[in-house]
Design a protein around this ligand. Structure first.
Ligand SMILES: Nc1ncnc2c1ncn2[C@@H]1O[C@H](COP(=O)(O)OP(=O)(O)O)[C@@H](O)[C@H]1O
Ligand SMILES: [Mg+2]
Length: 276
């Protein structure tokens, strides 16, 4: 008789304690080797704690250098720190690889905010996924921002994707909002893998977007090793990762422009191979 195929898998020695911690989307509790970038971001984003609006920020670095993880981490800390500050701060995160048109950027921001506020009313309706004139979406977003009030830090991850697709119309709208808002202010944090994407922007947008730059250099093999050690402790069962595994994954990933994502993938696949 054939055995239940799951039985064998469940009987073999478990490798992973929790493989969720090896996924790219996981925001670690502790960021290693990014003290300088955290310090720069915190210096700029501390403004609302003094009641001021921060400058826009452009974050640059190759893939896997920790840009998304670091910005999400600092966003979470900023929201917590601003709970009792003069300018209450809401961080809104968009990935422009997914949300990549002028309409959808504005509609998504409106949507996230209404969801968080838990209210809709005749003057603050949900924006449909398509169909309205863009200007109406823009006006609705402004009304929502005014109603909620405070500072809105809008993170545009993979911002270059947005620029390539529509030449920066969405960015133009977003940089214009502060001129119209009374009870609310916005600050943009753009993240890009591509250092020259600003060249694609039209001069108007470039000058109003311009602000502070924070650069993320590639990790070296030692730094990648530390990042992997930390994740491995959370993801693998005790004693299953033998000595040479992490340095090897770190060395391979360091050769490919110091990419932490690649390093984590290699470690995960090593675990999955051992499991099979
Ligand atoms: N300094 C770090 N400490 C801990 N984990 C990190 C660090 N940098 C990157 N990672 C992890 O590596 C992966 C890729 O990082 P990510 O922030 O997505 O890079 P980027 O946005 O620059 O492409 C994510 O899983 C992230 O959690
Ligand atoms: Mg990223």
């Amino acid at each position: 008789m054939q055995r239940n195929p799951f039985e064998e898998i469940m009987r073999s020695r478990p490798i992973f304690k929790n493989r969720e911690f090896l996924r790219h989307t996981y925001v670690p509790e502790r960021l290693l080797h990014r003290d300088e970038q955290l310090r720069q971001l915190a210096r700029i984003l501390a403004a609302p704690l003094r009641g001021e609006t921060p400058s826009n920020i452009l974050v640059y670095g190759k893939p896997g250098t920790g840009k998304t993880a670091t910005v999400r981490y600092i966003g979470r800390e900023l929201e917590a720190a601003s709970a009792s500050a003069p300018l209450r701060t809401t961080v809104l995160y968009l990935n422009c690889e997914i949300v990549n048109t002028h309409y959808r950027v504005l509609a998504s921001l409106a949507d996230i905010l209404l969801e968080r506020m838990g209210t809709t009313s005749p003057d603050l309706p949900r924006v449909p996924r398509t169909g309205w004139p863009v200007d109406e979406v823009y006006r609705t977003l402004l009304r929502i921002l005014e109603r909620k009030g405070g500072l809105f830090v809008i993170v545009l991850d993979e911002m270059d994707k947005l620029v390539k697709r529509n030449g920066g119309d969405a960015l133009y709208s977003l940089t214009r909002m502060n001129l119209e808002l009374r009870n609310a202010k916005t600050c943009l944090v753009g993240i890009s893998n591509n250092l020259s994407f600003m060249d694609l922007l039209d001069a108007r947008v470039r000058s109003s977007l311009g602000g502070e730059e924070v650069i993320f250099p590639p990790y070296n093999a030692r730094q990648l090793g530390d990042i992997l050690e930390e994740r491995a402790k959370m993801s693998f069962c005790e004693g299953v990762v033998s000595d040479g595994v992490i340095p090897l994954c770190a060395a391979y990933a360091a050769r490919e422009h110091g990419d932490a994502r690649r390093a984590l993938d290699l470690l995960r696949v090593a675990g999955e191979t051992a499991e099979a």
